[in-house]
Design a protein around this ligand. Sequence first.
Ligand SMILES: Cc1cc2nc3c(=O)[nH]c(=O)nc-3n(C[C@H](O)[C@H](O)[C@H](O)COP(=O)(O)O)c2cc1C
Length: 307
Amino acid sequence: MIPIHFAPLQGYTDDVYRRIHHQLIGGIERYYTPFVRVEAGEIRSKDRRDIDPKNNEGVPVVPQIIFKSLKEFAYLVNEIEALGYHAIDLNMGCPFPLQAKHGRGSGILAHVNIIEEVAQAIKEHPQLDFSVKMRLGWDNANEWEPVLNILNDTPLTHITLHPRTGVLQYKGDIDYDAFARFYEECHHPIIYNGDLTTLEQLHDMEKRYPRLAGLMLGRGLLARPSLAKEYAEGKEWSHEEHIRNLRSLHQELADQYARIVKGDAQLHSKLRTFWEYTEPLIGRKPYKKIMKSGNLRNYMSAIEELR
Ligand SMILES: Cc1cc2nc3c(=O)[nH]c(=O)nc-3n(C[C@H](O)[C@H](O)[C@H](O)COP(=O)(O)O)c2cc1C
């Protein structure tokens, strides 16, 4: 069995979601925070809450940072180390044009000189465990090659690869040929990420790439929060088990977000987003009822009616 990692997903996998998922479901080796970035010279207060150790107690979490320069990297690493973390994940994959166009996320992959500076800085922080989450490139699926040459020579716990370019965003064919080449050439433990949504796919990846150190799942876990747990248990849950589980997960999310989010309208819109990927699990009609619920009261009764 390969360890399953929960991918960072801005707008979904914040501290509240991660804590509840870990307590109620689990099956996850590591959760990664959505990327923390420098804005107007500092870390946003929303991101500070997300990485505050008090909000992550008992959860195996790794903060992720995104940066375009050695200066941003050094600032974020110092801030996060000061909070008591020993592991930091480096985002070299984000495809959001707002980040990538400024040389962050997948936009940094073309800037080999900056990656060289960061690699040197990593060597100067032997007390920290660094990992990298990356794509093949921004618009060129060969950009990873010179980057991997540098990273192979840099102390890292692992590299997670999502084998698409940034311009493809989250759609388009996964480049399995490029992944196979990366798998052969990478000297670090590798975690595969991208489009895994079923137990069969997890087992298939296990067979195809026996040296994999892990599988990272994002949308697949939002669609089916128990997927990693089912994989660990070695059996698929029944429809009734899924529904019971989703209802308790969402009740807990409703209770905890009610303490943070102001007003019913905002709470409704926050809670509704967590159902976006669940149509295959709950069916079209209940899914539409939740997505079109319009207000908190209708939302709650749509959940009540789930069978
Ligand atoms: C809405 C959304 C937000 C994301 N936010 C992040 C992020 O903060 N950091 C990151 O490394 N990847 C982020 N990703 C990418 C995912 O971690 C993951 O690499 C991608 O969704 C592919 O995996 P999947 O097919 O299992 O979802 C995001 C993806 C989505 C759809």
